[in-house]
Design a binder for this molecule. Structure first.
Ligand SMILES: NC(=O)c1ccc[n+]([C@@H]2O[C@H](COP(=O)([O-])OP(=O)(O)OC[C@H]3O[C@@H](n4cnc5c(N)ncnc54)[C@H](O)[C@@H]3O)[C@@H](O)[C@H]2O)c1
Length: 252
């Protein structure tokens, strides 16, 4: 129970990695505010946590809506009495060549993947300062570190999130708000569902991952628990890469 009673918000917690972060952090004792643009999905995950003996409430939250973020965060603060941890997980990805990437999908990607964490972090920090401590975990990507073709907006948003992580860590750590990132490699979630029906893509990804297997959402929980817990109190501005050796394997 390394996170006993730590009030934790996860964005995009209704599916994929966010769902597994919510369940995994709750298993370590965190009181979970599971948020997602899809209310039914966040409530379903909260119900799963409560049924297995944890404590969670589901909320509707679109991370692009600044007003909604402020009011939902105020509601969570009132419901739980404090906010200790924020996991900025909500994210989307379009796949299109650079010259075919339209401004709408570019802007939506930046809004959700980069501006979302900016707005959500600004909203929770007053409560964290009141409590004297806070942990913010930004879910970036190995795509923020290296180029993946046909993913210009996605790679730019994740590289931006890694930059934001470092500046926030630099400015806020003296006030005991510790900001870090996790960079997952390719992981089996609904976002990647099309790959799983493409044997050729599966073979490439398996070959390109030194550990020889795709990531599963559960592979990322240990890093999130560590960054949310007191064990990481001297860690700030760091990126934990959880990718089965994907990045390391790009050498020759
Ligand atoms: N799956 C991977 O291979 C992988 C790799 C690296 C990084 N990531 C990152 O991990 C995070 C989660 O990815 P995933 O694979 O679980 O995605 P997913 O598509 O499986 O799930 C994303 C969740 O975010 C929610 N969401 C979408 N738009 C939202 C919005 N505007 N506001 C709030 N919630 C919203 C969706 O409803 C969904 O529940 C993303 O930031 C993604 O970029 C994923």
């Amino acid at each position: 129970m390394r996170l006993a009673d730590k009030v934790t918000i996860v964005t995009g917690g209704g599916a994929g990695l966010g769902r597994v972060f919510a369940i995994g952090l709750a298993a370590e004792g965190a009181k979970m505010a599971v948020t997602d643009v899809d209310l039914a999905a966040s409530q379903q995950v909260a119900a799963e946590i409560n049924t297995s003996g944890g404590s969670a409430v589901g909320y509707a939250l679109d991370v692009t809506d600044g007003e909604a973020i402020n009011s939902v965060v105020a509601q969570i603060d009132e419901d739980f009495g404090q906010i200790d941890v924020l996991v900025n997980n909500a994210g989307i990805r379009y796949i299109s060549p650079f010259m075919k990437t339209d401004i709408g999908s570019w802007q939506k990607t930046i809004d959700i993947n980069l501006t979302g964490p900016f707005l959500c972090s600004q909203a929770v920090i007053p409560s964290m300062l009141r409590g004297g401590k806070g942990k913010i975990i930004n879910i970036a990507s190995t795509s923020g570190v290296l180029a993946v073709s046909k993913r210009s907006a996605y790679c730019a948003s994740k590289a931006g999130l890694l930059g934001l992580t470092k500046v926030m860590a630099f400015e806020l750590s003296s006030q005991n708000i510790l900001v870090n990132a996790i960079a997952p490699g390719p992981t089996e979630t609904p976002m990647n569902a099309p790959y799983f029906s493409d044997p050729e893509m599966m073979e490439i990804l398996k070959r390109e991952t030194p550990r020889g297997a795709w990531g599963q959402p559960e592979d990322h929980v240990g890093a999130a628990v560590f960054l949310a817990s007191d064990d990481s109190d001297h860690v700030c501005g760091a990126t934990i890469v959880v990718d089965g050796g994907w990045l390391a394997g790009k050498g020759y």
